[in-house]
Ligand binder design. Structure first.
Ligand SMILES: [Zn+2]
Ligand SMILES: [Zn+2]
Length: 278
């Protein structure tokens, strides 16, 4: 199996050596690990990301580690790019010279509100969750329509702190999912949600089902911010994907997608100690 979303200490809010993420992936029996560290230019998020001038060094480090560990595991180089219409061109200029395997796109900020940080709890709670959810989905749609990306990360992350919109919010994603299908993008099953207050994968089982119905491919990532979170909750995730009808997960080399068979049993993964929520 694969873990296509792990961070590094370069983003200033993750811990551990890159080697340790890789070693834990090998110990868990994974065949691939993909570093998907933050690139955020938004003024509110800059300190939670590597700086633009670090990106080439980060890329080279992942490639060097990939060479070192190549007998044991495939190490892939990616970025989790924060969608930020103001800085879209600047992001492209940073990424273009490098040969990344995969680019993930995430919506973290709704103007000045960080949807994923505890520090912004007060600002978020001053707004109705239905309104935030609608704003978030609009922004997500805009990202899918305009950004050069491969994977849509943590699709319904607005539920992270436990508040959910009233009613069936999943139907609000229909236009988003159609756009994802039209652009032939991949949706991530991000297992970190099970460790958060929302206590559910991103996206929800209902949205995973909608992805399957629309033939949208999925990949799998732990969003590990410390090495012992690599592969967290993967047994449950694989069971859910299989029960939903998926037979493959998607992986990438130099921005080209390929499918790997979905195997429910991942040797060794149960032996990993899972830490708390980041
Ligand atoms: Zn994220
Ligand atoms: Zn992440």
């Amino acid at each position: 199996m694969i873990d296509y979303h792990v961070h590094t200490s370069l983003c200033n809010h993750a811990d551990g050596a890159m080697d340790d993420y890789i070693r834990n992936a090998i110990a868990a029996g994974l065949s691939e690990i993909c570093f998907l560290d933050h690139l955020t230019l938004h003024e509110r998020g800059r300190r939670l990301s590597m700086t633009p001038d670090m990106v080439p060094l980060y890329y080279q480090t992942v490639r060097t580690l990939g060479q070192y560990y190549k007998k044991d595991i495939h190490v892939k180089a990616g970025l989790e790019v924060d969608f930020d219409p103001q800085n879209a061109r600047a992001v492209q200029i940073i990424i273009d010279p490098l040969d990344f395997d995969v680019i993930g796109g995430s919506v973290h900020f709704l103007d000045q509100i960080n949807m994923v940080s505890r520090k912004d709890t007060e600002a978020r709670e001053n707004e109705a969750i239905d309104k935030l959810c609608d704003l978030y989905i609009d922004r997500l749609y805009q990202m899918i329509e305009t950004m050069d990306l491969d994977i849509v990360c943590h699709l319904d992350v607005f539920k992270k702190f436990g508040r959910r919109p009233n009613g069936a919010f999943e139907t609000k994603f229909d236009a988003v999912l159609s756009a994802i299908r039209a652009r032939n993008l991949t949706v991530e099953l991000n297992t970190s949600g099970l460790s958060h207050k929302g206590e559910e994968f991103y996206p929800s089982p209902g949205l995973i089902k909608k992805c399957h119905e629309r033939n949208i491919p999925m990949t799998l990532g732990s969003d590990a911010h410390q090495p012992d979170q690599v592969g967290r909750h993967f047994d449950q995730a694989l069971d859910l994907l299989t029960a939903t009808g998926f037979r493959h997960v998607s992986a990438f080399t130099r921005r080209r997608r390929y499918d790997l068979p979905l195997t429910t049993k991942t040797p060794g993964i149960q032996n990993i100690h899972h830490g708390g929520a980041p």
